[in-house]
Design a protein around this ligand. Structure first.
Ligand SMILES: *Cc1c(COP(=O)(O)O)cnc(C)c1O
Length: 409
Protein backbone atom coordinates (compact mmCIF):
# COMPACT_ATOMS: atom_id res chain seq x y z
CA UNK A 1 0.00 0.00 0.00
CA UNK A 2 1.69 3.27 1.01
CA UNK A 3 5.50 3.48 0.89
CA UNK A 4 5.90 4.41 4.56
CA UNK A 5 3.34 2.32 6.38
CA UNK A 6 2.39 3.45 9.86
CA UNK A 7 3.44 1.24 12.76
CA UNK A 8 -0.09 -0.03 13.28
CA UNK A 9 -3.12 1.31 11.46
CA UNK A 10 -6.63 0.78 10.21
CA UNK A 11 -7.00 1.60 6.52
CA UNK A 12 -10.53 2.17 5.26
CA UNK A 13 -11.15 2.22 1.53
CA UNK A 14 -14.21 4.37 0.94
CA UNK A 15 -14.37 3.10 -2.65
CA UNK A 16 -15.21 -0.32 -1.22
CA UNK A 17 -18.06 1.19 0.79
CA UNK A 18 -19.39 2.89 -2.35
CA UNK A 19 -19.08 -0.38 -4.25
CA UNK A 20 -20.98 -2.29 -1.55
CA UNK A 21 -23.75 0.29 -1.32
CA UNK A 22 -24.16 0.26 -5.10
CA UNK A 23 -24.27 -3.54 -5.15
CA UNK A 24 -26.82 -3.65 -2.34
CA UNK A 25 -28.97 -1.09 -4.13
CA UNK A 26 -28.87 -3.27 -7.23
CA UNK A 27 -29.83 -6.32 -5.19
CA UNK A 28 -32.84 -4.66 -3.59
CA UNK A 29 -33.82 -3.12 -6.92
CA UNK A 30 -34.37 -6.60 -8.28
CA UNK A 31 -38.11 -7.13 -8.27
CA UNK A 32 -39.23 -9.87 -5.94
CA UNK A 33 -39.91 -13.12 -7.78
CA UNK A 34 -43.56 -14.15 -8.22
CA UNK A 35 -43.06 -16.55 -5.32
CA UNK A 36 -42.15 -13.77 -2.93
CA UNK A 37 -44.84 -12.21 -0.90
CA UNK A 38 -45.04 -8.67 -2.21
CA UNK A 39 -44.32 -6.93 1.05
CA UNK A 40 -46.16 -3.80 0.03
CA UNK A 41 -49.19 -3.97 2.17
CA UNK A 42 -51.65 -1.17 1.77
CA UNK A 43 -50.22 0.00 -1.53
CA UNK A 44 -52.42 -2.04 -3.83
CA UNK A 45 -54.65 1.03 -3.95
CA UNK A 46 -51.97 2.85 -5.89
CA UNK A 47 -51.24 5.24 -3.06
CA UNK A 48 -48.35 7.57 -3.76
CA UNK A 49 -44.95 7.16 -2.25
CA UNK A 50 -41.76 5.29 -2.96
CA UNK A 51 -43.24 1.97 -1.94
CA UNK A 52 -45.53 0.90 -4.74
CA UNK A 53 -45.52 -2.83 -5.31
CA UNK A 54 -42.98 -3.89 -7.88
CA UNK A 55 -40.64 -0.96 -7.32
CA UNK A 56 -37.36 -1.30 -5.53
CA UNK A 57 -36.78 -0.71 -1.87
CA UNK A 58 -34.90 2.32 -0.64
CA UNK A 59 -31.48 1.83 0.91
CA UNK A 60 -30.34 2.88 4.38
CA UNK A 61 -26.69 2.59 5.31
CA UNK A 62 -26.29 2.13 9.05
CA UNK A 63 -23.33 4.17 10.34
CA UNK A 64 -23.77 3.75 14.10
CA UNK A 65 -20.84 2.98 16.41
CA UNK A 66 -18.45 5.09 14.32
CA UNK A 67 -19.51 3.32 11.17
CA UNK A 68 -18.86 -0.13 12.66
CA UNK A 69 -15.33 1.10 13.38
CA UNK A 70 -14.76 2.45 9.86
CA UNK A 71 -15.32 6.12 10.73
CA UNK A 72 -18.87 7.43 10.76
CA UNK A 73 -18.46 10.54 8.64
CA UNK A 74 -16.27 9.04 5.92
CA UNK A 75 -18.60 6.04 5.74
CA UNK A 76 -21.68 8.25 5.60
CA UNK A 77 -20.20 10.39 2.83
CA UNK A 78 -19.25 7.34 0.78
CA UNK A 79 -22.67 5.81 1.28
CA UNK A 80 -24.46 8.97 0.16
CA UNK A 81 -22.19 9.24 -2.89
CA UNK A 82 -23.22 5.72 -3.83
CA UNK A 83 -26.90 6.55 -3.47
CA UNK A 84 -27.84 5.65 0.10
CA UNK A 85 -31.29 7.19 0.55
CA UNK A 86 -31.14 7.05 4.33
CA UNK A 87 -28.53 6.88 7.07
CA UNK A 88 -29.23 5.03 10.30
CA UNK A 89 -27.71 5.59 13.73
CA UNK A 90 -28.47 4.50 17.27
CA UNK A 91 -28.10 7.74 19.22
CA UNK A 92 -29.21 11.33 18.84
CA UNK A 93 -25.58 12.41 19.26
CA UNK A 94 -24.63 10.36 16.22
CA UNK A 95 -27.43 11.95 14.21
CA UNK A 96 -26.39 15.44 15.28
CA UNK A 97 -22.79 14.70 14.30
CA UNK A 98 -24.01 13.80 10.80
CA UNK A 99 -25.97 17.05 10.59
CA UNK A 100 -23.02 19.09 11.90
CA UNK A 101 -20.90 17.58 9.14
CA UNK A 102 -23.39 18.84 6.58
CA UNK A 103 -25.49 15.77 5.90
CA UNK A 104 -29.00 17.03 5.25
CA UNK A 105 -30.62 13.83 3.97
CA UNK A 106 -32.97 11.43 5.71
CA UNK A 107 -31.48 10.14 8.98
CA UNK A 108 -33.14 7.80 11.46
CA UNK A 109 -32.01 7.26 15.04
CA UNK A 110 -33.50 4.57 17.21
CA UNK A 111 -32.29 4.33 20.75
CA UNK A 112 -33.40 7.00 23.19
CA UNK A 113 -33.46 6.93 26.96
CA UNK A 114 -35.86 8.82 29.22
CA UNK A 115 -34.95 12.49 29.41
CA UNK A 116 -33.26 12.46 26.02
CA UNK A 117 -32.85 15.88 24.43
CA UNK A 118 -35.03 15.38 21.36
CA UNK A 119 -35.21 19.09 20.53
CA UNK A 120 -32.09 19.44 18.40
CA UNK A 121 -32.78 16.25 16.47
CA UNK A 122 -36.37 17.22 15.79
CA UNK A 123 -35.39 20.72 14.72
CA UNK A 124 -32.80 19.36 12.30
CA UNK A 125 -35.30 17.03 10.68
CA UNK A 126 -33.84 13.83 12.08
CA UNK A 127 -36.36 11.00 12.30
CA UNK A 128 -36.51 9.78 15.88
CA UNK A 129 -38.01 6.51 17.03
CA UNK A 130 -40.67 5.95 19.68
CA UNK A 131 -40.95 2.54 21.34
CA UNK A 132 -43.55 3.58 23.90
CA UNK A 133 -46.23 6.09 24.83
CA UNK A 134 -43.78 7.75 27.21
CA UNK A 135 -41.22 8.22 24.47
CA UNK A 136 -43.85 9.50 22.05
CA UNK A 137 -44.98 12.01 24.68
CA UNK A 138 -41.43 13.23 25.24
CA UNK A 139 -40.89 13.77 21.52
CA UNK A 140 -44.27 15.48 21.17
CA UNK A 141 -43.42 17.78 24.07
CA UNK A 142 -40.06 18.75 22.54
CA UNK A 143 -41.66 19.45 19.15
CA UNK A 144 -44.53 21.43 20.66
CA UNK A 145 -42.09 23.59 22.58
CA UNK A 146 -40.12 24.31 19.39
CA UNK A 147 -43.25 24.72 17.25
CA UNK A 148 -42.00 22.19 14.71
CA UNK A 149 -43.44 18.91 13.52
CA UNK A 150 -41.29 16.02 14.70
CA UNK A 151 -40.66 13.20 12.26
CA UNK A 152 -41.29 10.08 14.32
CA UNK A 153 -40.99 6.43 13.45
CA UNK A 154 -42.64 3.76 15.57
CA UNK A 155 -40.83 0.54 16.33
CA UNK A 156 -42.85 -2.56 17.01
CA UNK A 157 -41.33 -5.64 18.65
CA UNK A 158 -42.21 -8.55 16.37
CA UNK A 159 -40.22 -11.14 18.30
CA UNK A 160 -36.67 -9.96 18.93
CA UNK A 161 -37.86 -9.11 22.44
CA UNK A 162 -35.39 -6.26 22.67
CA UNK A 163 -36.49 -2.66 22.07
CA UNK A 164 -39.78 -1.71 20.48
CA UNK A 165 -43.43 -1.66 21.41
CA UNK A 166 -44.78 -4.98 22.69
CA UNK A 167 -47.41 -6.34 20.34
CA UNK A 168 -50.01 -6.18 23.14
CA UNK A 169 -49.44 -2.42 23.44
CA UNK A 170 -49.22 -1.76 19.70
CA UNK A 171 -52.87 -0.78 19.05
CA UNK A 172 -52.64 1.74 21.89
CA UNK A 173 -49.36 3.22 20.64
CA UNK A 174 -50.62 3.38 17.06
CA UNK A 175 -53.83 5.10 18.21
CA UNK A 176 -51.94 7.59 20.37
CA UNK A 177 -49.56 8.31 17.51
CA UNK A 178 -52.47 9.09 15.20
CA UNK A 179 -53.95 11.43 17.82
CA UNK A 180 -50.58 13.11 18.22
CA UNK A 181 -50.50 13.71 14.47
CA UNK A 182 -53.76 15.65 14.81
CA UNK A 183 -52.02 18.22 17.01
CA UNK A 184 -49.43 18.89 14.31
CA UNK A 185 -46.60 18.20 16.74
CA UNK A 186 -45.62 14.93 15.15
CA UNK A 187 -45.86 13.14 11.86
CA UNK A 188 -45.47 9.35 11.85
CA UNK A 189 -43.01 8.86 9.02
CA UNK A 190 -42.17 5.21 9.49
CA UNK A 191 -43.08 1.92 11.11
CA UNK A 192 -40.40 -0.65 11.58
CA UNK A 193 -39.12 -3.72 13.33
CA UNK A 194 -35.98 -5.83 13.51
CA UNK A 195 -35.19 -9.51 12.93
CA UNK A 196 -33.60 -11.85 15.46
CA UNK A 197 -32.36 -14.57 13.11
CA UNK A 198 -32.02 -13.11 9.63
CA UNK A 199 -28.54 -14.64 9.29
CA UNK A 200 -30.26 -18.05 9.45
CA UNK A 201 -32.77 -17.76 6.59
CA UNK A 202 -34.37 -21.11 7.40
CA UNK A 203 -35.03 -20.19 11.02
CA UNK A 204 -38.81 -20.23 11.67
CA UNK A 205 -38.58 -16.94 13.60
CA UNK A 206 -38.16 -15.09 10.30
CA UNK A 207 -41.55 -16.14 8.93
CA UNK A 208 -43.14 -15.47 12.30
CA UNK A 209 -41.66 -12.01 12.66
CA UNK A 210 -42.58 -11.00 9.14
CA UNK A 211 -46.17 -12.20 9.69
CA UNK A 212 -46.41 -10.26 12.96
CA UNK A 213 -45.02 -7.18 11.21
CA UNK A 214 -47.66 -7.41 8.49
CA UNK A 215 -50.36 -7.64 11.16
CA UNK A 216 -48.88 -4.64 12.96
CA UNK A 217 -49.02 -2.68 9.69
CA UNK A 218 -52.71 -3.52 9.35
CA UNK A 219 -53.33 -2.28 12.88
CA UNK A 220 -51.44 0.93 12.11
CA UNK A 221 -53.38 1.43 8.90
CA UNK A 222 -56.66 0.89 10.74
CA UNK A 223 -55.56 3.48 13.28
CA UNK A 224 -55.22 5.92 10.37
CA UNK A 225 -51.44 6.02 10.08
CA UNK A 226 -49.91 6.38 6.63
CA UNK A 227 -46.13 6.27 7.04
CA UNK A 228 -43.63 7.03 4.30
CA UNK A 229 -41.57 3.93 4.99
CA UNK A 230 -42.15 0.50 6.47
CA UNK A 231 -39.01 -1.48 7.13
CA UNK A 232 -37.85 -4.71 8.67
CA UNK A 233 -34.74 -5.99 6.91
CA UNK A 234 -31.13 -5.61 7.99
CA UNK A 235 -28.24 -6.69 5.72
CA UNK A 236 -28.86 -10.43 5.83
CA UNK A 237 -32.61 -10.11 5.26
CA UNK A 238 -32.15 -7.49 2.53
CA UNK A 239 -30.07 -9.99 0.58
CA UNK A 240 -31.63 -13.32 1.53
CA UNK A 241 -35.30 -12.51 2.16
CA UNK A 242 -36.81 -10.36 -0.60
CA UNK A 243 -40.28 -10.51 0.96
CA UNK A 244 -38.95 -8.57 3.96
CA UNK A 245 -37.67 -5.59 1.99
CA UNK A 246 -40.87 -3.53 2.16
CA UNK A 247 -40.06 0.15 1.43
CA UNK A 248 -36.55 0.34 2.86
CA UNK A 249 -33.70 -1.93 3.91
CA UNK A 250 -31.26 -1.06 6.70
CA UNK A 251 -27.82 -2.33 5.75
CA UNK A 252 -24.98 -2.02 8.20
CA UNK A 253 -22.44 -4.80 8.01
CA UNK A 254 -22.88 -5.45 4.28
CA UNK A 255 -22.22 -1.79 3.50
CA UNK A 256 -18.76 -2.32 4.96
CA UNK A 257 -18.27 -5.37 2.77
CA UNK A 258 -18.56 -8.07 5.39
CA UNK A 259 -20.70 -11.14 4.89
CA UNK A 260 -23.86 -10.75 7.01
CA UNK A 261 -24.51 -14.50 7.00
CA UNK A 262 -21.25 -16.39 6.61
CA UNK A 263 -21.75 -19.91 5.39
CA UNK A 264 -25.26 -19.27 4.06
CA UNK A 265 -25.72 -19.60 0.33
CA UNK A 266 -26.65 -16.37 -1.42
CA UNK A 267 -24.51 -13.71 0.23
CA UNK A 268 -21.23 -14.40 -1.58
CA UNK A 269 -22.90 -13.70 -4.95
CA UNK A 270 -23.40 -10.06 -4.00
CA UNK A 271 -19.67 -9.49 -4.42
CA UNK A 272 -19.11 -7.43 -1.30
CA UNK A 273 -15.65 -6.00 -0.72
CA UNK A 274 -14.36 -5.54 2.85
CA UNK A 275 -13.50 -1.86 3.32
CA UNK A 276 -11.26 -2.24 6.37
CA UNK A 277 -7.69 -3.48 6.40
CA UNK A 278 -5.85 -3.63 9.73
CA UNK A 279 -2.10 -3.75 9.37
CA UNK A 280 1.10 -3.13 11.23
CA UNK A 281 4.84 -3.40 10.83
CA UNK A 282 6.67 -6.24 12.48
CA UNK A 283 8.53 -4.94 15.52
CA UNK A 284 11.00 -7.82 15.71
CA UNK A 285 11.85 -11.19 14.19
CA UNK A 286 13.79 -13.87 16.06
CA UNK A 287 14.61 -17.54 16.25
CA UNK A 288 13.33 -19.65 19.12
CA UNK A 289 14.75 -23.03 20.07
CA UNK A 290 12.63 -26.13 20.57
CA UNK A 291 10.85 -26.14 23.92
CA UNK A 292 10.52 -22.35 24.23
CA UNK A 293 7.15 -21.23 25.60
CA UNK A 294 5.53 -18.08 24.26
CA UNK A 295 3.75 -15.14 25.91
CA UNK A 296 1.95 -14.87 29.26
CA UNK A 297 0.98 -18.15 30.81
CA UNK A 298 3.19 -20.07 28.41
CA UNK A 299 0.14 -21.37 26.59
CA UNK A 300 2.14 -22.45 23.53
CA UNK A 301 5.49 -24.20 23.35
CA UNK A 302 7.68 -24.73 20.27
CA UNK A 303 8.22 -28.35 19.30
CA UNK A 304 11.20 -27.48 17.09
CA UNK A 305 13.45 -24.55 16.34
CA UNK A 306 11.29 -21.92 14.68
CA UNK A 307 11.16 -18.25 13.76
CA UNK A 308 8.64 -15.88 15.32
CA UNK A 309 7.75 -12.25 14.69
CA UNK A 310 6.36 -9.61 17.04
CA UNK A 311 3.24 -7.66 16.03
CA UNK A 312 2.91 -4.30 17.85
CA UNK A 313 -0.82 -4.36 18.61
CA UNK A 314 -2.86 -6.09 21.28
CA UNK A 315 -6.08 -6.08 23.21
CA UNK A 316 -5.46 -2.37 23.87
CA UNK A 317 -6.30 -2.07 20.17
CA UNK A 318 -9.25 -4.43 20.34
CA UNK A 319 -7.36 -7.51 19.18
CA UNK A 320 -9.19 -10.20 21.15
CA UNK A 321 -6.96 -11.80 23.80
CA UNK A 322 -8.35 -15.18 22.89
CA UNK A 323 -7.20 -14.74 19.28
CA UNK A 324 -3.99 -16.22 20.68
CA UNK A 325 -3.46 -19.77 19.40
CA UNK A 326 -6.60 -19.42 17.27
CA UNK A 327 -6.45 -16.67 14.64
CA UNK A 328 -3.97 -16.05 11.86
CA UNK A 329 -2.44 -12.99 10.23
CA UNK A 330 -1.06 -12.44 6.74
CA UNK A 331 2.60 -11.73 6.07
CA UNK A 332 3.71 -11.46 2.46
CA UNK A 333 0.37 -12.98 1.43
CA UNK A 334 0.94 -16.08 3.58
CA UNK A 335 -1.11 -16.93 6.63
CA UNK A 336 0.77 -17.18 9.90
CA UNK A 337 -0.64 -18.43 13.20
CA UNK A 338 -0.73 -16.33 16.36
CA UNK A 339 1.21 -18.16 19.08
CA UNK A 340 0.55 -17.66 22.77
CA UNK A 341 -1.99 -15.23 24.18
CA UNK A 342 -2.44 -11.72 22.79
CA UNK A 343 -1.03 -9.14 25.23
CA UNK A 344 -2.14 -5.55 25.74
CA UNK A 345 0.34 -4.07 23.26
CA UNK A 346 1.69 -6.97 21.24
CA UNK A 347 1.48 -10.56 20.13
CA UNK A 348 3.68 -13.20 18.54
CA UNK A 349 3.21 -15.01 15.23
CA UNK A 350 5.12 -18.03 13.98
CA UNK A 351 6.97 -18.05 10.67
CA UNK A 352 8.48 -21.53 10.95
CA UNK A 353 11.54 -21.80 8.73
CA UNK A 354 10.54 -18.78 6.67
CA UNK A 355 11.80 -15.39 7.59
CA UNK A 356 10.75 -11.75 7.50
CA UNK A 357 12.40 -8.47 8.30
CA UNK A 358 11.53 -6.14 11.16
CA UNK A 359 9.41 -3.41 9.57
CA UNK A 360 7.73 -5.81 7.12
CA UNK A 361 4.00 -5.48 6.77
CA UNK A 362 1.65 -7.77 8.64
CA UNK A 363 -2.06 -7.75 7.77
CA UNK A 364 -4.18 -8.73 10.77
CA UNK A 365 -7.28 -8.88 8.61
CA UNK A 366 -8.50 -7.18 5.48
CA UNK A 367 -10.03 -7.77 2.08
CA UNK A 368 -8.82 -11.35 1.85
CA UNK A 369 -7.76 -10.66 -1.74
CA UNK A 370 -4.05 -11.11 -0.98
CA UNK A 371 -4.58 -14.34 0.93
CA UNK A 372 -4.63 -12.63 4.33
CA UNK A 373 -7.49 -13.37 6.73
CA UNK A 374 -10.72 -11.38 6.76
CA UNK A 375 -12.61 -10.07 9.79
CA UNK A 376 -14.98 -12.98 9.18
CA UNK A 377 -12.05 -15.42 9.49
CA UNK A 378 -11.09 -13.80 12.79
CA UNK A 379 -14.67 -13.93 14.03
CA UNK A 380 -14.88 -17.62 13.25
CA UNK A 381 -11.53 -18.25 14.96
CA UNK A 382 -12.50 -16.53 18.21
CA UNK A 383 -16.18 -17.45 18.35
CA UNK A 384 -17.83 -14.14 17.59
CA UNK A 385 -19.25 -12.27 14.60
CA UNK A 386 -17.40 -10.05 12.13
CA UNK A 387 -19.43 -7.06 13.43
CA UNK A 388 -17.68 -7.27 16.79
CA UNK A 389 -14.23 -7.65 15.26
CA UNK A 390 -14.37 -4.47 13.14
CA UNK A 391 -16.37 -2.39 15.62
CA UNK A 392 -14.03 -3.04 18.55
CA UNK A 393 -10.76 -2.55 16.70
CA UNK A 394 -9.25 0.82 17.60
CA UNK A 395 -7.14 1.79 20.57
CA UNK A 396 -3.77 3.08 19.43
CA UNK A 397 -4.28 2.11 15.82
CA UNK A 398 -4.36 5.22 13.70
CA UNK A 399 -7.09 5.24 11.06
CA UNK A 400 -6.54 6.39 7.53
CA UNK A 401 -9.14 6.72 4.81
CA UNK A 402 -8.11 5.94 1.24
CA UNK A 403 -10.08 6.00 -1.99
CA UNK A 404 -8.86 3.31 -4.38
CA UNK A 405 -11.06 4.71 -7.15
CA UNK A 406 -9.29 8.07 -6.97
CA UNK A 407 -5.76 6.85 -6.39
CA UNK A 408 -5.43 3.11 -7.01
CA UNK A 409 -2.73 1.65 -4.79
C1 LIG B 1 -27.45 -2.21 13.66
C2 LIG B 1 -28.80 -2.25 13.11
C3 LIG B 1 -29.03 -2.54 11.75
C4 LIG B 1 -27.96 -2.98 10.80
O1 LIG B 1 -27.84 -4.38 10.88
P1 LIG B 1 -26.83 -5.16 9.92
O2 LIG B 1 -27.03 -6.56 10.30
O3 LIG B 1 -25.47 -4.64 10.28
O4 LIG B 1 -27.20 -4.85 8.53
C5 LIG B 1 -30.32 -2.43 11.26
N1 LIG B 1 -31.33 -2.08 12.07
C6 LIG B 1 -31.15 -1.84 13.38
C7 LIG B 1 -32.31 -1.49 14.22
C8 LIG B 1 -29.90 -1.93 13.95
O5 LIG B 1 -29.74 -1.70 15.27
Amino acid sequence: MSPEPARAEIVVDVAAIRHNVRRLREVVATPATPDDRTGHLGRQDGAPGPSRAGTSALMMTVVKADGYGHGMLASARAAREAGADWLGVATIDEALTLRAAGDSGPVLCWLGVPGEDYGAAVELGVDVTAYSLAELAEIEHAAHHLRVTARVQLKVDTGLSRGGCAIADWPTLAGAARQAEETGDVRITGIWSHFACSDEPEHPANDEQEAVFREALVVAEEAGLDPEVRHLANSAAAILRPSSRFDLVRCGIASYGLDPAPGQPGTAEVGLLPAMTVRARLAMVKRLTAGASVSYGHSWTTDRDTTVALVPAGYGEGVPRIAGNRAEVGIGGKRRPIRGVVCMDQFVVELGDDTAEPGDEVVLFGTGLDGSPTATDWARAVGTINYEIVTRIGGRFTRRTVDSEESPE
